[in-house]
Design a protein around this ligand. Structure first.
Ligand SMILES: Nc1ncnc2c1ncn2[C@@H]1O[C@H](COP(=O)(O)OP(=O)(O)OP(=O)(O)O)[C@@H](O)[C@H]1O
Length: 257
């Protein structure tokens, strides 16, 4: 009988640790995300999500453990690994004095994409987020939600297979949050892209997601929503999260005072 070879994971962390001086930000974290999966990295402020993103994107060197993107070790084969990775950081990174076109073209040039192909990709991606008419607007004239969506399509310009988003909906209104989350879920469904979505908001988790819970640098749970709920003996993922981190999860922003 022919044995099926298992797919190469989109992302693999093996015993990853990171310290800032004496402070341990990540402590032996291991998990795997399979291709085409939407994985939510759930943790409160200070859990270690941004540190983890900095290691996966090679901003920091991995000193403890190993990170592989589609089988490529980020330390040994950074070019091969990073080519497959798109990333949207928590902090805003558009140049406000440049137009949408200039912000996007600059990123495409960094990835060696030619001018004609750049124009084609920018046109198609802007259309997909219904922002074709904003091509020549300065970034500073966009709303917070529009800026985020431009950052997301910028991260997709070089056609990555794995997309990382760090608290992508922070500071946005309810409608923009829902639109962005729905757009990303559509990408997973239609393009088979793999996503690691970092958030502290439990309402961004959906039943079909893989959920990875971090607390104070430690991996507390990793699995399908149903499995994580069952493993903690809770009734909902919100209760499971509260149980694992030892405090009630923060309410969604619209319920915050
Ligand atoms: N440059 C730094 N120097 C020292 N300590 C740091 C630094 N960056 C982060 N830390 C600490 O490392 C831990 C993890 O922080 P990190 O920013 O990765 O968490 P996070 O889950 O992304 O939180 P947030 O959502 O607030 O950004 C925290 O205790 C934080 O104070």
């Amino acid at each position: 009988m022919r044995q099926e070879t298992p797919p190469v994971p989109a992302l693999e962390l093996i015993s990853v640790s990171h310290t800032y001086g004496a402070r341990k930000a990540l402590d032996g974290v291991s998990f795997t995300i399979q291709p085409g999966r939407f994985a939510v990295l759930l943790g409160l402020n200070g859990a270690g999500k941004t540190t983890l993103f900095s290691l996966v994107s090679h901003l920091f060197a991995t000193r403890g453990g190993q990170i592989r993107i589609f089988g490529y070790d980020i330390g040994r084969k950074p070019g091969d690994a990073l080519r497959r990775l798109g990333i949207v950081f928590q902090a805003r990174t558009l140049d406000l004095d440049l137009t949408v076109r200039q912000n996007l073209s600059y990123h495409a040039a960094l990835h060696g994409i030619g001018p004609r192909e750049t124009r084609r990709r920018i046109g198609a991606l802007l259309e997909s987020i219904d922002m074709s008419d904003r091509l020549n607007d300065k970034a500073r004239n966009l709303s917070g939600g529009q800026m985020r969506r431009v950052e997301i399509i910028r991260a997709l310009l070089h056609r990555p297979s794995l997309l990382l988003l760090d608290e992508a909906t922070v500071g946005l209104d309810v409608k923009s949050r829902a639109t962005i989350l729905a757009d990303i879920r559509k990408l997973v469904e239609e393009e088979g892209i793999s996503v690691l979505w970092a958030t502290h908001l439990i309402d961004e988790v959906s039943d079909a997601d893989q959920v990875i819970i971090l607390d104070k640098g430690k991996l507390m749970a990793d699995g399908g929503v149903e499995d994580v709920v069952a493993a903690t003996g809770a009734r909902t993922i919100s209760d499971a999260f509260a149980h694992l981190i030892g405090s009630p999860p923060p309410p969604p922003p619209e319920e915050q005072p």
